[in-house]
Design a protein around this ligand. Structure first.
Ligand code: F6P
Length: 559
């Protein structure tokens, strides 16, 4: 069946017309309605979503909901959650939501109930984690593992990195603490630092790679393996051989067991996942091992339960009360109708330091596309440029542009309401709670100032141009009661589903990433040229010059 392109529908055209009418309406005018705050706020799964500072009205939302209906969002959600082949270009489901189904659930996909396999992996993770936490996972010389280094990149790095940082204060009290670290960059800079500092006897590497072919990760893994072998085997520690090092110092997480075996990962040390879990949606299973090692399996299961609560809300709530749908529609309105193509993620909680980087991959690798399912090039914008930073730090960096620059930017402010309740020392607790209050005050003040501009402050007299704030920058505020495994799970799932809803409306596939393939291919060719010192004649003049500069530098290095 041929789809009518979404921008050819009557609703899209009415939205475009409506946007022209709204263009002249400042947010401060919309806020003359005192009920607006409540009217555009919804709650679910422990999260409060305040969309009242979006530059929209009830009429806008009604039209956007109509658009969502027409684009088949309801049917799309159903297809996603039931395991239909929503990843059309790769002809497979996208079932990250199955990774957080409870044990008693069942979900038959392509003739097989996937839930038992999911829980078998979780149980295998649990027994691995237990061995670390009880000092039973020992290095080749018999000492308990102390440092675990995750070697992975993209989805095999950003999710676990973000969550371990966010939940570092959820470590179980009664377990042997293992320190978790991350090395992703292909230049080896993070890894080199660890190799300088860590004791090989007590260091274990988790090689995380869905494909087990990613050159960045495999380069780091080779360096790590040789480092361990050189120090534990060739330096002649009595009784230690290569097989022991491989068995005691490496775990592999991948959808490719054969490749892990080939590389030398013992079968007992392999955590498998499925082709139907996209890399950037994979922190909920084996890729989440570093998370479980840090916070314990009970907390890891709370993370899954929080995400599952959001999945249920996504499946069951009417579109007009559905948090992921509303967040997605605000985005569609901004990008496609108000022409706002920059989106900043601003958490007001230091624990969410890596959240923006995580979302950059989730949103831009998923929806940075311009071909529809049918292969037609879209005539409308899709994913905006998304970036972010901890809000309080960004206030001293790029907020200048948000307040007085020439770009319209939409911001997501994210903050927990409660913090530091369990700090034991009273004086310190009071100080920290005061700091938390100060942080919330800044968060609320910034979104208000972005919204109202000059009107946020009652100051008499004219101001010179350089002291004026035009306001009218839209934003969303997302409040968590507290940052816990469950609320973080719900928050991540909220954004995952937002991405899916937007992709459904734009008619694009959020689950592939063909746009990164060509770069990998030509990087391989370029590396061969660099190594073989030739074959670059057909390159453009710039690339030729750059390659020759490397050769010259290498020659000087040898001289
Ligand atoms: O190159 C992009 C990408 O494929 C991401 O989608 C993925 O998260 C990352 O590389 C790492 O891939 P893998 O887990 O297969 O090593």
């Amino acid at each position: 069946m041929k789809h009518t392109p979404i921008d050819q529908t009557a609703t899209w055209k009415r939205l475009a017309e409506h946007a022209r009418e709204m263009q002249g309406t400042h947010l401060r005018t919309l806020f003359l309605d005192q009920t607006r705050g409540r009217g555009f706020t919804r709650q679910a799964a422990g999260l409060t979503l305040d969309l009242s500072k979006q530059r929209w009205s009830d009429a806008t939302l009604a039209l956007l909901l109509e658009l969502a209906q027409q684009a088949g969002v309801k049917e799309g959600v159903q297809a996603l959650l039931s395991g239909a082949h929503v990843n059309v270009s790769e002809d497979r489901p996208a079932l990250h939501t199955a990774l957080r189904l409870p044990r008693e659930a069942s979900l038959t996909v392509d003739g097989e109930d996937v839930v038992p396999g999911v829980h078998a992996t979780l149980d295998r993770m649990a027994s691995m984690v237990e061995r670390f936490h009880s000092r039973q996972w020992r290095g080749a010389t018999g000492r308990p593992i102390q440092d675990v280094v995750n070697l992975g990149v993209g989805g095999s790095d950003l999710g676990p990195l973000m969550v371990t940082h966010a939940l570092a204060d959820c470590r179980p009290r009664d377990a042997h603490h293992v320190d978790v670290h991350f090395a992703s960059t292909m230049d080896g800079s993070q890894l080199a630092d660890y190799l300088n500092r860590f004791n090989p006897e007590t260091t274990l590497f988790v090689i995380s790679s869905k494909s087990f072919t990613t050159i960045d990760t495999l380069s780091n893994a080779r360096t790590a393996r040789d480092w361990l072998l050189a120090r534990l085997v060739y330096d002649g520690i009595q009784g230690v051989d290569e097989a022991m090092v491989m068995r005691q110092h490496f775990i592999g997480v991948s959808a490719k067991p054969d490749k892990m075996c080939e590389w030398g990962i013992a079968e007992a040390n392999q955590l498998l996942f499925w082709e139907w879990v996209g890399g950037r949606y994979s922190l909920w299973g084996g890729i989440g091992l570093p998370i479980a090692l840090l916070i314990g399996m009970a907390h890891f299961r709370e993370l899954l339960a929080g995400a599952h609560a959001m999945d249920r809300h996504f499946a069951e709530a009417p579109l007009g009360d559905n948090l992921p749908v509303l967040l997605a529609l605000a985005g569609i309105w901004n990008v496609n109708f108000l022409d706002i193509r920059a989106h900043s993620i601003l958490p007001y909680d230091g624990r969410l330091e890596h959240f923006a980087a995580y979302l950059e991959q989730l949103e831009m690798e998923s929806n940075g596309k311009s071909a529809t399912h049918e292969g037609r090039l879209v005539d409308y914008s899709t994913c905006p440029v998304l970036w972010g930073q901890l809000g309080p730090n960004a206030q001293h960096a790029f907020y200048q542009l948000l307040h007085q620059g020439t770009q319209p930017v939409v911001c997501d402010f994210i903050a927990p309401l409660r913090r530091y309740d369990d700090v034991e020392d009273t004086a310190t607790r009071d100080h920290l709670k005061g700091q938390h209050r100060l942080t919330l005050a800044n968060c609320f003040a910034q979104s208000r100032l972005l919204m109202l501009g000059d009107d946020a402050i009652d100051e008499p007299g004219e101001r010179p141009g350089h002291k004026r704030y035009r306001g009218n920058q839209p934003s969303t505020t997302l409040l968590l009661d507290r940052l816990t495994p469950a609320s973080l799970g719900a928050l991540i799932a909220l954004y995952e589903h937002k991405v899916f809803v937007q992709a459904t409306i734009w008619g694009i596939n959020p689950f592939d990433q063909w746009g990164v393939e060509l770069g990998k291919q030509i990087a391989g060719e370029t590396e061969r040229m660099l190594a073989e010192r030739g074959g670059h004649d057909a390159m453009d003049a710039s690339t030729r010059g750059l390659i020759e500069a490397v050769w010259r530098a290498e020659e000087e290095g040898h001289a």
